[in-house]
Design a protein around this ligand. Structure first.
Ligand SMILES: *Cc1c(COP(=O)(O)O)cnc(C)c1O
Length: 224
């Protein structure tokens, strides 16, 4: 199937998951994950209405940046090394993978130079084998510290479900992230919103939507 057919399937599935959970489709953004995809494929997806694209590597993002249609929002969704922030700070609209104060400080520093305020998500670790993200128990403390940085705005949380998780485990992981966001929202920290929950990839986005996802990150399901 082509990208158009795949996108139709995804949209239909979003609609089903929203109906099942009493949510509105307008609350769910499709962030097309474009790693390993050519600029040509990405531009095709944009022509079909994709507004947000996600890369997980700085170098790959840089390589494609000039060849992708303008007007689309770029997201950095993978591990970000502190010394590479300077290359992407001017290019991305949101960074999903902030899991340390050190990284947040560098984003803040680079964005101050650009006169820009960066939207970020705090990545929470949901799996044993996946090292990215901070543990649930440390999220509150990190958010408190990051919220003091002037050129960063915390917009919510992100997670990746453990590889091979069954349906029950997926639900647990996604609902835990949702509950954490409600907890933190209740604390009313200045400069912190918990509006966005970036969770759900090709294999699990329907479950993620049922558990409150606002940004799903399909790659293979869209590009084949
Ligand atoms: C690769 C990747 C995805 C998309 O994975 P698919 O299984 O192709 O949907 C989503 N999120 C992150 C962080 C990724 O690295």
């Amino acid at each position: 199937m082509g990208i158009k057919e795949n996108l139709d399937v995804i949209k239909n599935n979003i609609s089903l998951a929203c109906k099942k959970s009493g949510r509105s489709e307008a609350e769910v953004t499709v962030l097309a994950v474009t790693k390993t995809r050519s600029a040509e494929e990405i531009n095709r997806a944009i022509e079909l209405g994709i507004t947000d694209i996600g890369e997980n590597r700085v170098q790959e993002l840089m390589n494609k940046y000039a060849d992708v249609k303008s007007g689309v929002r770029w997201h950095l969704i993978g591990r970000l090394q502190t010394n590479k922030v300077k290359y992407i700070a001017d290019k991305v609209s949101m960074i999903h993978s902030v899991d340390s104060l050190k990284l947040a400080r560098e984003i803040d520093r680079q964005c101050a130079k650009l006169g820009k305020v960066m939207d970020i998500l705090i990545e929470v670790n949901s799996g044993e084998e996946n090292k990215a993200g901070i543990p649930y128990s440390d999220a509150d403390e990190l958010i408190k510290e990051v919220s003091a940085l002037e050129n960063i705005r915390i917009k919510g949380l992100m997670t990746m479900a453990p590889l091979g998780a069954d349906e029950a485990k997926l639900r647990e992981v996604f609902s835990n992230l949702y509950n954490l966001s409600v907890d933190i929202d209740g604390k009313k920290y200045d400069n912190v919103s918990m509006k966005e929950l970036s969770m759900g990839m090709s294999g699990d986005y329907m479950t993620a939507i049922e558990e409150g996802s606002t940004i799903i990150r399909p790659g293979r399901a869209l590009f084949g």
